[in-house]
Design a protein. Structure first.
Length: 318
């Protein structure tokens, strides 16, 4: 009887131990299941995009949003490394705008004059030749995906990653009055081969007078005077800083806007009844040059080297 009692006690102890072990393993498995749940969503990985055409706001994943930005801002025919540089610049500019909070209910808008351009995949396809649509889009997606999460920082914060179409870069103080230590004057070889680099605008004397009167109701000019129009000063980048037109002085930026020029880097000549402007570059000139990026990519530079060519003392981080 004594032996039977001992066996029963042993069986009870073993059974109890197995029960405890099983329970702990089960709890551990439950904990493991919980730990594999998706991480909480990070708001900075999403964008509230304001469509300026109708005032609606669209909620998009950041990388998905960038497909539309890169395809709107840079030709798909450009080198992949140039497109990658544009993707990083656009991502950085987006992060900068998210912190700036310019728009009340959105992070950024689709107007290039205010923020940066954006186009839907459907609209982008409608503007490309049918045979090029898929390959162009895949190239854009590749550029964005292969730089996913990367942005440009100065002293640990996203920079104001401005960019323009073509030309020697300009100091922001000569355009808007602000200064950023990472935005300096930079020249890139090979840009003069691009169609966006050089252009011409021709207006009549009467058209010039009309445009100037809209700017200054007291405007007067005598085209018989030798200095009826004269460039008074250039800035460091070679763009016009100040120009005299009749009795009015304009900044180069103002002249660009009034006369519809692609850049403030221009010369002019009066030829009979016409004023002919010869322009170099395209855009405000601050930050990364898109045609310059493509030229550098053709020279074998990668996207990181392109970025650090245009933005000084920065780091590319994630």
């Amino acid at each position: 009887m004594k032996k039977i009692f001992i066996y029963v006690v042993i069986i009870i102890i073993v059974s109890f131990s197995i029960s405890i072990l099983f329970t702990k393993n089960f709890e551990k498995k439950e904990e493991e299941v919980v730990s594999t749940e998706p991480a909480p969503r990070v708001e900075n990985n999403f964008v509230n995009l304001l469509h300026t055409s109708d005032g609606s706001v669209e909620y998009l994943g950041l990388e998905e949003y960038l497909y539309g930005v890169v395809s709107a801002e840079m030709p798909a025919s450009y080198e992949l490394e140039a497109l990658k540089a544009q993707a990083v610049v656009a991502r950085t500019y987006t992060k900068y705008k998210q912190e700036e909070k310019k728009h009340e209910n959105a992070d950024i808008c689709d107007d290039s004059g205010c923020c940066q351009a954006w186009i839907s995949k459907e609209n982008r396809f409608s503007r490309w030749e049918e045979a090029e649509r898929e390959s162009n889009w895949n190239k854009i997606v590749q550029a964005v995906n292969e730089t996913a999460g990367k942005y440009i920082a100065y002293e640990g914060k996203p920079i104001n990653a401005l960019f323009h179409s073509a030309g020697k870069t300009e100091l922001p103080i000569n355009v808007w009055g602000g200064t950023y230590p990472y935005l300096q004057v930079v020249e890139t070889s090979g840009e003069n081969a691009y169609s966006t680099y050089a252009s011409e605008v021709i207006i009549t004397k009467d058209e010039l007078i009309q445009k100037m009167l809209e700017k200054n109701s007291k405007f007067k000019i005598n085209f018989k005077d030798d200095d009826a129009m004269r460039i008074l000063e250039y800035n460091e980048s070679g763009r016009v800083k100040t120009i005299k037109v009749g009795n009015t002085e304009l900044s180069g930026v103002e002249a660009r806007t009034i006369f519809g020029l692609k850049s403030a880097k221009f010369e002019f000549m009066i030829d009979g009844d016409e004023i002919k402007f010869q322009i170099l570059g395209y855009g405000h000139g601050v930050g990364l040059s898109q045609s310059g990026s493509d030229s550098l990519a053709k020279q074998g530079k990668n996207f990181e080297e392109i970025i650090t060519h245009y933005y000084k003392n920065v780091e590319i981080t994630e």
